[in-house]
Design a protein around this ligand. Structure first.
Ligand SMILES: O=C(O)CCC(=O)C(=O)O
Length: 328
């Protein structure tokens, strides 16, 4: 037996061609020689990570995290890189090729007028809040009673919750070990080029609980990650707080880097990925965040804004772009 085969077996026994069928979760399918994650809510099955990629990921984190906490209430751990250099490009290509994405549109009331928002990036989401759990075969059970959940639990959701496919669950498990936090949601953004972006916001929703840990992984093109303190209201003693005029903190997130935002960061800081022109602006970037939703509303919110009612988009390698998927 070759060394590679031995390592593959060790790191990912479930993806071997000759794996015992009874050791594979029921939502795993085999198409010729590739194992896939399948679920009734997925538009199509998602292949498992290839064993070679799983082996390369075994040395994650590729470097120690650097603490960034030199400003008030800022608490980051920055891994540069997190994913081993040899794995980040194959992982980027694998995820872009095999995940399904959405281009979500929704309306909000702005100055009393209905306004359509076109999310300026591709998105997808997997997971469910702490009130429910997925069984290995992909059914939802109540996390307290282990009984099937009532059929109306997620009736307000844009779509029924989806379990993480093996490829993302593997990254989640690694990230839980590295960060010491637990996660039940995985949000994926695909920025097709420098015109795609996310504006300043904080992930400070009540449904993430106080002081949430959010692990944010970058793959593909380098993009600037900007952070600024939430505006500090002036007081009599301090009519123009110095923090308000500080330039944003800029991290040039490269392929394989990971930022863990923790502690009071979300309560006090905003972050964004601005549009980019010039160098590298034609290349795609994937961002994966792992989070923990502790209220049911997190499930409704995440599926509404990351899946919505939209059509499925998939990467078309021949054309080198995302295309609406026709189901074939
Ligand atoms: O793409 C990124 O690095 C940031 C993504 C982000 O802020 C979010 O999904 O909330």
């Amino acid at each position: 037996m070759s060394k590679k085969r031995t390592l593959d077996n060790f790191f990912n026994p479930g993806t071997q061609k000759r794996a015992r069928l009874d050791s594979i979760p029921a939502n795993t399918q085999t198409t010729s020689t590739t194992l896939t994650s399948a679920h009734s809510t997925y538009p199509h099955p998602v292949p498992h990570l290839p064993p070679r990629l799983t082996s390369l990921l075994a040395s994650t984190p590729a470097s120690a995290g650097k603490e960034i906490n030199h400003q008030p209430s800022l608490d980051l751990l920055y891994f540069q890189p997190y994913i081993p250099i040899t794995a980040s490009l194959p992982l980027f290509n694998f995820l872009r090729e095999n995940l399904f994405f959405y281009r979500v549109q929704y309306t909000i009331k702005r100055y009393g007028k209905e306004t359509q928002i076109n999310t300026p990036r591709f998105t997808t989401v997997f997971g469910v809040d702490t009130s429910s759990l997925f069984t290995p075969s992909g059914d939802l059970i109540d996390s307290q009673t282990s009984k099937p959940i009532p059929s109306d639990r997620y009736k307000s959701c844009a779509c029924p919750p989806r379990p993480l496919p093996q490829c993302l669950d593997h990254l989640r498990q690694i990230t839980e070990k590295v960060t010491g936090a637990t996660y039940n949601f995985c949000l994926v953004n695909y920025y097709a080029n420098g015109a795609d972006s996310i504006s300043y916001h904080s992930d400070d929703e009540r449904f993430l609980g106080p002081n949430p840990s959010i692990a944010s992984l970058s793959l593909g093109a380098t993009r600037d990650f900007l952070m600024k303190h939430k505006p500090i209201p002036p007081t009599e003693g301090d009519p123009s707080p110095e923090q308000n005029s500080k330039p944003p903190l800029k991290l040039a997130l490269g392929s394989g880097d990971m930022v863990l935002m923790r502690g009071q960061t979300q309560a006090n800081w905003l972050h964004s990925i601005p549009k980019r022109k010039g160098k590298g602006s034609q290349e795609g970037r994937i961002n994966i965040t792992f989070r923990k939703g502790v209220e049911r509303y997190s499930t409704q919110n995440y599926y509404q804004y990351n899946v919505g009612q939209g059509r499925v988009w998939r990467w078309d390698g021949g054309r080198g772009e995302m295309r609406e998927w026709d189901g074939a």
